[in-house]
Design a binder for this molecule. Structure first.
Ligand SMILES: [Zn+2]
Length: 300
């Protein structure tokens, strides 16, 4: 009997019996594991195809289920091959079915005959789907083969070889004189460390002088200056853009948008103004309204 009810008897010692199954001397899978010492587990197995029993010659349909003795009989690469030994329900004769990982099938090994109902592409004039032998595979298309090799050799010549050469060069420069490289790096590191140390000492003395808390972060004056200058440059740029657009609008209103400004809106606006101008058709110069703030340059 399996330990279903989790009752721990008074003489149960967790050090001696790790589980209740151990205490009762039972396997976790119960009666199904009664032949586990022979490497056999009882499982429910369903017939994957129609067979004829070898003992009573009766037909047994696909899908009939048996309490089969499952055991491992070998390996196909890393996939175990299992055998299922079943007792015929009509005559009590035994038959055995194995897995076939190579062809992803089941095969009857003894005690029965399989009804051959598999679709065989070879019989129908095609090629086998599960063909692992390259000599039995279909003929190779010679043109495709040539194209494949030509493409791969071109790739190797134009992409692969230069890449390998550049990688080799890089590797050689790094490995030519490791001592010199290391020396240079360490020298730089030492200098940086000295600067850092001096800065820290300055900060500490400043904090001591003004009795500031030691955790206070001091900001470098150069940093503040740089930040301010970048902010100024940014705002200046925005202002310039604004001014330029304002100027362009004024020019368009005056009907003489600058030549280099080729936006659709300004060209449409200037065209409309020209057509409305009564003095243009008369051949005289268009009148330019004077706007305060814009100084006309004398032409000469
Ligand atoms: Zn039978």
């Amino acid at each position: 009997m399996q330990g279903f009810n989790r009752y721990y008897p008074p003489d149960y010692d967790p050090k001696k019996h790790r589980t209740l199954n151990d205490y009762h001397g039972k396997h976790a899978l119960g009666d199904r594991a009664r032949k586990i010492d022979q490497g056999i587990l009882i499982t429910r197995f369903e017939l994957p195809f129609n067979i004829w029993c070898g003992t009573c010659n009766a037909h047994i349909g696909m899908g009939v289920r048996y309490n089969a003795e499952k055991r491992k009989v070998g390996m196909y690469y890393t996939t175990p091959i299992f055998a299922f030994r079943c007792k015929c329900h009509l005559c009590s004769g035994w038959f055995e079915i194995q897995t076939d990982p190579k062809n992803t099938r089941y095969v009857v090994t003894s005690g029965a005959r399989q009804k051959d109902e598999e679709w065989n592409p070879e019989e129908a004039g095609g090629y086998a789907i599960h063909e692992n032998d390259p000599s039995k595979a279909g003929p190779i298309d010679p043109l495709a083969q040539v194209e494949k090799t030509a493409e791969s050799s071109r790739y190797a010549r134009e992409v692969g070889a230069p890449r390998i050469e550049s990688l080799q060069e890089l590797s050689e420069t790094y490995n030519a004189d490791p001592y010199e490289l290391s020396k240079r790096v360490r020298k730089q590191f030492r200098e940086d460390k000295k600067i850092e140390k001096r800065k820290r000492e300055d900060d500490d003395s400043f904090k001591d002088k003004y009795a500031l808390p030691s955790t206070l972060k001091l900001v470098d004056e150069a940093d503040i200056r740089e930040e301010a200058s970048t902010k100024w440059a940014q705002e200046r740029g925005e202002w310039e853009v604004l001014e330029r657009s304002k100027r362009r609008r004024t020019m368009a209103e005056m009907g003489r948008a600058p030549k280099q400004d080729g936006t659709l809106a300004t060209s449409l606006l200037s065209g409309a103004l020209k057509r409305q101008d009564p003095f243009l058709s008369a051949g005289s110069k268009p009148l330019k309204p004077s706007i305060s703030g814009i100084i006309k340059k004398p032409r000469g």
